[in-house]
Design a protein around this ligand. Structure first.
Ligand code: B12
Length: 230
């Protein structure tokens, strides 16, 4: 979105349109502006999936500014806090748009061990619920053992694993290996995602699918299970 611009240069280029103002609020950690812009966005009836895309892309810009040391950990937390003020509103809009189909499949979802990034994972759960899946969200920093126990308890069709750190992406492979060891691998389809994951990586660890977005996750799960579109 910002090419090689710094965060403040990117902010200067934004217009007064509500989506741009939402971007600005995330880049300047302004919770009041975030709330005002999300209210305008909802009033204007902008598609919540588009809003989610904008939030994800903007947070990537914020993350890049953190990586290049333009901002530091307190600002990263402040941006995350600002994002958290609008996520429930986006979720509500997605839920309203949700399909009436219920229980098209069961999903166990979580962010893998060592990783506390929750927001993208939670959006995956919301989008999958809105598509008619029953989702059991195990939360963040989830161990292979906890995933295994959840699989025994809920017997899901899909296991969805999220990882945002390069260091924790490998934990997804540990989960898959543990399921193989316990004879559970063939009982569940595994989809992986999160900023640290690519299609190539997903293939290399033997996952059944990868997607880069939360709406994509729901579509992928339907495709893997052979569920036809409405
Ligand atoms: C917000 C944030 C935080 C917040 C998290 C708050 C929370 N409650 O989640 C806080 C401040 C706590 C944080 C902490 C850290 N963070 Co951080 N963080 C981010 C940031 C800026 C945004 C993440 C986010 O929420 N995006 C918005 C959501 C909606 O998007 P998303 O998570 O990508 O999810 C979408 C898709 O990926 C996909 N998806 C997600 N999960 C799944 C699962 C499946 C199955 C599928 C199909 C799809 C899918 O769908 C989602 C929606 O469309 C990213 C930057 C980035 N590029 O993402 C850095 C980033 C991930 N963090 C980073 C780092 C380094 C850290 C810390 C190590 C910093 C530190 N020194 O302490 C710690 C790690 C703590 C830990 N052990 O986990 C790095 C990771 C670098 C790397 N490659 O390993 C990033 C990339 C920033 C950077 N460029 O340096 N972080």
């Amino acid at each position: 979105m910002n090419g090689n611009l710094t965060l403040s240069e990117a902010v200067d280029k934004l217009t007064r349109e509500p989506l741009d103002q939402l971007k600005k609020s995330l880049m300047t950690f302004d919770r009041g502006l975030a709330k005002d812009s999300i209210n305008k966005i909802i009033e204007e009836g902008i598609d919540p999936n588009t809003v989610l895309e904008v939030v994800t892309a903007t947070m990537k810009v914020v993350g890049d500014a953190f990586a290049s040391e333009e901002i530091f950990l307190p600002e990263l937390f402040a941006a995350a806090d600002t994002m958290q003020t609008v996520m429930p509103d986006i979720e509500k809009e997605i839920e309203k748009k949700g399909s009436n189909r219920e229980n098209i499949g069961t999903v166990v979802l979580g962010t893998v061990r060592g990783d506390i990034h929750s927001i993208g994972k939670t959006m995956v759960g919301t989008l999958m619920t809105a598509s008619g899946f029953k989702v059991y969200d195990q939360g963040i920093d989830v161990s292979s053992k906890k995933f295994m126990e959840a699989i025994r308890e809920y017997k899901p069709d899909i296991l969805a694993l999220s990882a945002l750190l390069t260091t924790t992406a490998y934990e997804q492979e540990n989960v898959i290996n543990m399921l193989k060891k316990e004879g559970l691998r063939e009982k569940v389809k595994i989809i992986v995602g999160g900023g640290a994951v690519t299609q190539e990586f997903a293939d290399s660890i033997g996952a059944d699918g990868y997607e880069s977005s939360a709406p994509g996750a729901a579509e992928l799960a339907k495709k893997i299970l052979g569920i036809k579109e409405d």
